[in-house]
Ligand binder design. Structure first.
Ligand SMILES: NC(=O)c1ccc[n+]([C@@H]2O[C@H](COP(=O)([O-])OP(=O)(O)OC[C@H]3O[C@@H](n4cnc5c(N)ncnc54)[C@H](OP(=O)(O)O)[C@@H]3O)[C@@H](O)[C@H]2O)c1
Length: 166
């Protein structure tokens, strides 16, 4: 079996992915999708790789999933976190099969060149956040799209699957 690296990310039209340590929107369907993608349906939960800041922004440990946390701090530890100090160590901890890379910006930048697939939520709004990432770019082809209109004060959004162009 080989390793499939999947970036799961929600990005606004202006590149915002976060502000003040949190996501600046609340889209319940996106949280539900994140849960489905990381827990897996039939094939089981995916190990999750994340940055130390994203780990600390979580409301708590996400049930049923492994939390592999990248930090440069050799003394850092947290209950439920498996610690890695570089990309190779994080991927080795994750093992074979699908690996979910769940942010934030620093960690997406590290794994983007290695990723096989991106599960992108396009949030159709401008948030002027303090944490942004560039659009994945033309190295990627869209293989699925599900558009959702704005309702109940929530922004319009789209669930998009991108695969690396050959
Ligand atoms: N929209 C989304 O889909 C999404 C997803 C996740 C997060 N977010 C948002 O993104 C923001 C956090 O992103 P961020 O970029 O500030 O932080 P981050 O990527 O979550 O974490 C950064 C930390 O990762 C560690 N790190 C980075 N590069 C490393 C390397 N090469 N080797 C070892 N460790 C390394 C460092 O930890 P130490 O400082 O401990 O050394 C660094 O401070 C928050 O606002 C969060 O809400 C959004």
């Amino acid at each position: 079996m080989s390793q499939e690296i999947v970036l799961i990310l929600a990005r606004a039209s202006d590149g915002t992915i976060g502000n003040d340590g949190a996501m600046p929107w609340h889209i319940p369907a996106d949280l539900k999708r994140f849960k489905a993608l990381t827990l897996g349906e039939n094939e089981g939960a995916k190990p999750m790789i994340m940055g130390r800041k994203t780990f600390e922004s979580l409301p708590g440990l996400l049930p049923g999933r492994r939390h592999i946390v990248l930090t440069r701090d050799r003394d850092w530890q947290a209950e439920g976190a498996e610690i890695a100090h570089d990309v190779d160590a994080a991927l080795a901890l994750a093992g074979q099969g699908e690996v979910a890379v769940i942010g934030g910006a620093e960690i997406y930048a590290l794994f983007m060149p290695l990723a096989h697939r991106i599960e992108l939520t396009e949030v159709h709004g401008h948030y002027n956040g303090d944490t942004t990432i560039p659009h994945p770019g033309h190295m990627w082809v869209e293989t699925a799209r599900e558009d959702h209109p704005a309702v109940d004060g929530k922004p319009a959004y789209a669930f998009v699957t991108l695969r690396r162009a050959l």
